[in-house]
Design a protein around this ligand. Structure first.
Ligand SMILES: NC(=O)c1ccc[n+]([C@@H]2O[C@H](COP(=O)([O-])OP(=O)(O)OC[C@H]3O[C@@H](n4cnc5c(N)ncnc54)[C@H](O)[C@@H]3O)[C@@H](O)[C@H]2O)c1
Length: 455
């Protein structure tokens, strides 16, 4: 096969720079495909833990896959950039691209630092791939950085830069990676395209569509996807507000909409606003890019504003309906279930706002509870963490479900009722049916409130 001639050996060698959610999951999954992978991170604690079999993030199924591939000597961890670069066919940049402090743009400091570090040790021929979510033109800048750092290397001959954005979702990252809806590859020549196609060859069996584009288009496709999903969520949340005023039911509206093949039913669940490590920062970065290009995206700008407003409106909702509340129990603080990620979670807005109103907050989350090993957020004397939902609820005026962890789906409702002082139940994920909640003052999203508490 022609492709083989481009590789250093039969077994493709991959380096991953940045071993966070994306770097660790993709590096591990590539090693599961049979490739030789070095995951590198500049955080020594993280690498030390991984080398001892301690997985630094919570992601279902990840621990056994890491341990197994590490044991089989296909997956290595290092703090030394050389290990991830020298004699590697592909080096992936998977470092963070947070929002910069001033203008909403993606902060590319880590990406450019990684590019410089990679350049120092690059041994021809290698494809340097941006897996991080990066704005239009970033891969081109990486190429310039490498050429500046290493005048002895020529792009297109000694190395190439390509874009391969990652679409996995936290909480289902392994299956998303192993069975993706599509793989997007941005390249500017056939040689790098062939190597990246070879990388994803294990997915040919399940007929995963591979979309090959130029580099800028690939970079933008990630932002366009996240931007669109954020709009879908923002849209259904506004429909929920309309439903509440009109006495309609947003879940039925979503069902009616979602059965239309042009719309699709996913991401039409009304809730307390989107959070997480991607949508908030990626929508801000997309809006900034669009503005810089002189084509402002008013749709994205508006969804950012409405989502920010929504998170704080959820706290207002608790305070308005339960004005004398002294203690509120919060169930779930992560931005979604099956992850320990708190980045931009609605809880980070709702809990402080409740505290500002003098409300004590009792928290239980299956990954953040009293006595757990993780560092607990909200260092405030009025916040207490508990070991289970019922201990958190005990003696509170109301309870609010912020994250739809499975264990909150079948709470012992008579017990909850008994433990609450006032019977306020805020179901911000629409887990329960309003007609089953007659004994509570029950408020969900976009559905009629319990009879005695219609607004
Ligand atoms: N988290 C997700 O669900 C997800 C999904 C798709 C895409 N992405 C994108 O992937 C990128 C990474 O996201 P993440 O959530 O994995 O980030 P993360 O913060 O979990 O991990 C980034 C890691 O990079 C390391 N790092 C930073 N600079 C480094 C350097 N110069 N050398 C070596 N290591 C370095 C950090 O120590 C950290 O461990 C972002 O651009 C993000 O938008 C994330």
């Amino acid at each position: 096969m022609i492709i083989q001639v481009f590789l250093r050996s039969k077994k493709m060698k991959i380096g991953v720079v940045g071993t966070g959610y994306v770097g660790l999951v993709s590096g591990t999954c590539f090693s599961e495909f049979g490739f030789d992978v070095v995951c590198m991170d500049k955080n020594p604690r993280r690498i030390e833990d991984l080398n001892q079999g301690i997985i630094p993030i919570y992601e279902p199924g990840l621990d056994s896959l890491v341990l197994d591939n590490h044991k089989k000597n296909r997956l290595h961890f290092s703090t030394d950039i050389k290990d991830a670069v020298v004699e590697r066919d592909i080096v992936m940049i998977a470092v963070g691209t947070p929002t910069s402090d001033n203008d909403g743009a993606a902060d590319l400091t880590y990406v450019f630092e990684a590019a410089k570090d990679i350049a120092k040790h690059l041994t021809p021929y290698t494809v340097v791939v941006t897996k991080s979510t990066v704005p239009l033109g970033t891969s081109h800048k990486i190429k310039e950085i490498i050429e500046k750092e290493r005048p002895d290397l020529k792009a297109g001959i000694d190395f190439d830069v390509a874009s391969n954005p990652e679409f996995l979702r936290e909480g289902s990252a392994i299956s998303d990676f192993m069975r993706p809806d599509r793989v997007v590859i941005g390249v500017d020549n056939e040689r790098s395209e062939k190597i990246l196609r070879q990388l994803y060859r294990p997915l040919y069996l399940i007929e995963t569509p591979i979309v090959v584009t130029d580099i800028k288009t690939s970079e933008l496709s990630k932002y366009a996807s996240n931007g669109f999903l954020a709009v879908k969520i923002g849209f259904i949340n506004q429909m929920a507000d309309i439903c509440e005023q009109a006495g309609a039911n947003v879940q039925d509206v979503a069902k009616a909409m979602g059965l239309d093949g042009r719309i699709g039913k996913k991401f039409l669940h009304a809730g307390p606003g989107y959070g997480g490590s991607c949508f908030p920062k990626d929508t801000l970065a997309l809006a900034k890019t669009a503005k810089d290009l002189g084509t402002p995206s008013t749709i994205i700008e508006s969804v950012i504003t409405s989502n920010d407003h929504r998170k704080s409106a959820m706290a207002d909702r608790i305070i308005t309906h339960c004005p004398n509340a002294k203690k509120i129990a919060i169930l779930g603080i992560t931005f979604k279930p099956n992850t320990d990620d708190l980045r931009d979670a609605p809880s980070l807005v709702i809990v402080p706002k409740l505290l500002q109103h003098g409300v004590d907050v009792h928290i239980y989350d299956p990954l953040y509870y009293k006595g757990c090993e993780r560092t607990l957020p909200f260092q405030d004397s009025k916040v207490s963490f508990y070991q289970n939902a019922y201990d958190a609820i005990h003696g509170c005026d109301g309870v609010a479900i912020l994250t739809e962890w499975n264990e909150f789906r079948s709470l012992d409702l008579p017990k909850v009722q008994e433990l609450l002082k006032q019977k306020f139940f805020f179901d911000f994920r629409n887990i329960y049916k309003p007609d089953e909640m007659g004994e509570f003052y029950y408020y969900s999203i976009g559905r009629s409130f319990s009879k005695s508490h219609n607004i």
